[in-house]
Design a protein. Structure first.
Length: 256
């Protein structure tokens, strides 16, 4: 927001931001944070100790197969996965598989916090629908003043999704800082920046060639349904009963 601006301009911008968004702040405790890792890896007891037992939490449940497919592409883009999607998602030791299992993770939180401290959302019904309708539900749950969200304010998501081509036509985020891009390339090839594209190590070359051959680029609805029934069926049914949201469409995409 304030990158590459003079110090006084940065300070002025921060003051204006605080006045605009937190002008009514009276010293009450406010902790806002989000992460795809908290549900699976954080200790809810530590969250209660830090943020209090009256904390409110929003958990978004997504079609497990499609959530795994997103994780798979994240891993491939980070050059830590070069198998096909099916091979990766069937490997229960990977995040591609484990982060799409919801029941045990949600149960851990419900064992620590009261049920009314949670708002459960189904990604396909809530997140991809009308943004203002979603926000009204969030404001009500969080006890915040209602406000409209314009599409202009969401344009940053489109900006962040721009990509540029890399080795073998592979895509990497275009908003990576140059130094991070250089570090990523050098860690793969073990060469100097000036000769990065000419000093690809045999190990990195083999990895990238395998990735180029195996990368799964599309997941059809019927494929997602088959994967859910093969790998996530029991977890989907248990999660559905636990949170009270109809998740049957994950197991029967055609029937839904």
């Amino acid at each position: 927001m304030f990158f590459r601006k003079p110090d006084e301009e940065i300070a002025h911008g921060i003051v204006n931001y605080e006045l605009k968004n937190f002008g009514n702040y009276k010293g009450q405790k406010i902790v806002l944070d989000c992460s795809p890792g908290y549900l699976h890896h954080a200790d809810p007891r530590k969250i209660r100790e830090y943020a209090g037992e009256d904390s409110r939490m929003i958990i978004v449940i997504r079609n497990p197969a499609r959530r795994s497919f997103s994780e798979y592409h994240h891993s491939a883009t980070a050059f830590v996965e070069n198998r096909t999607f099916l091979d990766a998602v069937r490997d229960k030791t990977t995040l591609t598989h484990s982060r799409s299992l919801y029941y045990d993770c949600i149960k851990r939180y419900l064992d620590v916090f009261e049920r009314n401290r949670f708002l459960f959302l189904k990604f396909e019904d809530h997140i991809t629908g009308d943004i203002n309708s979603l926000c009204r539900s969030l404001w009500d749950f969080l006890g915040l003043r209602e406000a409209d969200i314009s599409t202009e304010e969401l344009s940053r998501n489109e900006t962040a999704s721009r990509f540029r081509k890399f080795i073998f036509g592979r895509d990497i985020p275009s908003n990576l800082p140059p130094e991070m891009l250089e570090t990523t390339v050098l860690s793969l090839i073990g060469g100097q920046a000036d000769n990065a594209f000419y000093k690809v190590s045999p190990r990195a070359m083999a990895f990238l060639e395998t990735l180029d051959k195996n990368l799964t680029t599309r997941l059809e609805d019927t494929q997602a349904e088959d994967i859910n029934n093969e790998l996530f069926r029991e977890d989907i049914i248990k999660t559905q009963d636990l949170v009270g949201i109809d998740l049957s469409s994950y197991l029967d995409a055609v029937g839904s």
